[in-house]
Design a protein around this ligand. Structure first.
Ligand SMILES: [Zn+2]
Length: 248
């Protein structure tokens, strides 16, 4: 099969019209062509932070639909299903993904329930979080939503972060509007990412203090317009994510 389109060469930072030949599912050659093309070919998209459950679909069905839009992998926090079913809910997700070649990278959710005022179906304490973190399929501690808990030294919250560090698994953040000294304390706790920045200044401060920013454009929250001007200055510190996509 031959496809002609503008080839987006990420490594060499160049876009040029090309003919891409595919044999038995593998690219065998990429040649420049002298013509103008309207469409583009680029590597598959990794959604850097999305809750699969918000799509109301199991991972295997999510994969079937997302791949049509160019998404080939996700970094996913299963805290919605954990809120209802606890560890067995997460195990269901891990089992279901085996049905598809789509790549799902799940984390252990440290904020189940999201707040102590919530009536949830399950609670994940430090021991449950550690059980999940010890599984090879669980790649990281997922979004630490309880940022006030981190700032005010909540023992339960700090214990979960400590266990992730002991197991050498990275810690994903969630800190809407957090700035200044409170932000510094949150980062010093070992949290390396954030997908909640909603102004250019907030995103810039977080990056300059060492965080990687996931620019979010989902069904509800839309931050691309505010944050895209960061792309030229800090390309290596940015990712794209949707956080939540409703099925429609
Ligand atoms: Zn999220």
């Amino acid at each position: 099969m031959k496809i002609e389109a503008n080839y987006v060469d990420i490594l060499n930072r160049e876009i040029f019209p090309a003919r891409v030949c595919v044999e038995n599912g593998k690219i065998t050659s990429i040649e420049r062509v002298e013509k103008s093309c309207e469409t583009y070919i680029l590597p598959g998209f990794i959604d850097a932070h999305i809750h699969i459950e918000s799509s109301m679909l199991p991972p295997s069905e999510f994969a079937r639909l997302a791949v049509c839009h160019g998404t080939v992998a996700t970094v996913s926090d299963p805290h919605e299903i954990a809120n209802v079913l606890g560890v067995p809910g997460v195990q269901y997700m891990l089992e279901n993904v085996k049905k598809t070649p789509f790549k799902f990278y799940f984390g252990a959710s440290p904020c189940v329930p999201a707040t102590p005022f919530e009536t949830s179906g399950a609670v994940l304490g430090p021991d449950e979080v550690e059980t999940l973190l010890k599984m090879p399929e669980i790649k990281y501690l997922s979004e630490v939503m309880n940022f006030p808990g981190v700032i005010h030294d909540d023992p339960d919250m700090l214990a979960k972060i400590a266990r992730a560090k002991t197991l050498h698994k990275p810690v994903d953040g969630h800190s809407p509007g957090l700035r200044g000294e409170d932000l510094e304390k949150y980062i010093e706790a070992g949290i390396s990412t954030d997908h909640e920045a909603f102004t250019y200044e907030e995103g810039k401060e977080k990056i300059e203090k060492g965080m990687k920013i996931q620019i979010r454009e989902g069904s509800a929250a839309k931050n691309f317009e505010a944050l895209w001007p960061l792309i030229d200055a800090y390309p290596e510190m940015l990712m794209f994510c949707s956080d939540d996509r409703h099925p429609q």
